[in-house]
Design a protein around this ligand. Sequence first.
Ligand code: AQP
Length: 329
Amino acid sequence: MKKRIFSGAQPTGSLHIGNYLGALKNWVSLQNEFESFFCIVNLHAITLPQDPQILKQKTLDLARIYLASGIDPEVSTIFIQSDVSEHAELAWVLNCIARMGELERMTQFKDKSKGKTERVGAGLLTYPVLMASDILLYQTDLVPIGQDQKQHLELTRDVAERFNRDFGETFKIPEAFIPPVGAKIQSLAEPAKKMSKSDENLNGSIFLLDDADTITKKMKKAVTDSGTEITFDNSRPAINNLLTIYQLMTGKTAEECEANFAGKGYGHFKTETAEAVIEYLRPFQDRVKNYTGEELKIILKNGAEKAKTIARETLNDVYEKMGIVGAIN
Ligand code: AQP
C-alpha cells in the first residue's frame, strides 16, 4: 500500500511563487509515489473576513491552479474542504482536545492578530485545529508544507498523540515534508518577511498569474543587500532569496547559479532572474485557462466523494472511541 500525503492551500488572494515553490511544486513531484489528497481549504479562508463572491470565484480558480501546476486528477484526489463536512466535525472534537495555551503560542496567530485580539474571530485562534483535522482524517503519513506551517504540523502531532493516549490508537502521526530549498521564499520588498498572499505591499510577491511586464517591474524594484557579491549567504537575505528563486526556476545547482553571476552586477542579476521566472510560469499560465467550469465540477465532485468515504471512517472511529452516539445512525 502506498503511503498517504495530504496538503492544501487557502483560496485567499492570489497564489504566489512562494506557495508554488514551498508547496505545490512538491505536491506534483510526490503525487505518483504517494496516495495524494489535495484540498482547497475554503473553511480556513474565512478565519479572516472574505468577500463571499470573491471567495466563491477564488475557490474554483485555485482548483484550476492545482491542475495547471500538474496535479493529475487521475492520480490525486482534489477536493474542496467544505464538501467534506467531516473536516468541520472533527475540528470541533479536536477543539476539545487542543489546549488554549498551545494555540495562543502559534506564531501565525500572534502575527495575524497582533494589536487586534478583541476584533479577530475565534477561528483565527483555532485555525491549526482545523488543519489538524484535515490531516488526521486521512491517516496521513506525510504533509508537504512550507516552513511557515511547521509549527502547525507539530501541533497536529501533539493533538493526535494526546487523543491516542486518552482514547486509544486512532490517528496516524504525520510527518512534515519541508523542501530543502524554497521552504521559505521571502518578500521581494521586505526580505525579513515571508512572501505572503495577504501582504498589502503587492511588490513583495510575484503572483503565479502576473504577466511578464509586472514580473520584470517587481524584480527591478526588489530590495537588495549592501555589497556586490551574488552568492548564497544567509547573512544577506535579499540576495539569498533572489538567488534561491533563480535556482528553483532554472533547476541549476547552487554552484552553477553563483558561477553564472560571478562578476556581474545586480541589474543583470535581476533581469536574468525575472526572465527565468517568466519562462518558468509561461506554460503554467497557458494551461490555467484551459479548464471549463463543467470539467472542474466533475473533478471536484469525484474528489469529494472519495475523500468523504475515508474521512467518515476516521470520524466514526473517533465518535465510537469517545462514546458519542446519536439516535438515528
Ligand atoms: N513564502 C512562502 N514560501 C514557501 N512556502 C510558502 N507557503 C506560504 N507562503 C510561503 C506555503 O504555501 C502553502 C499554502 O499556503 P496557504 O494558502 O495555506 O496559506 P499561508 O501558509 O498562510 O500562505 P500565505 O501566502 O502567507 O497566505 P495568507 O497571506 O493568506 O496567510 C503552505 O504549505 C505554506 O506553507
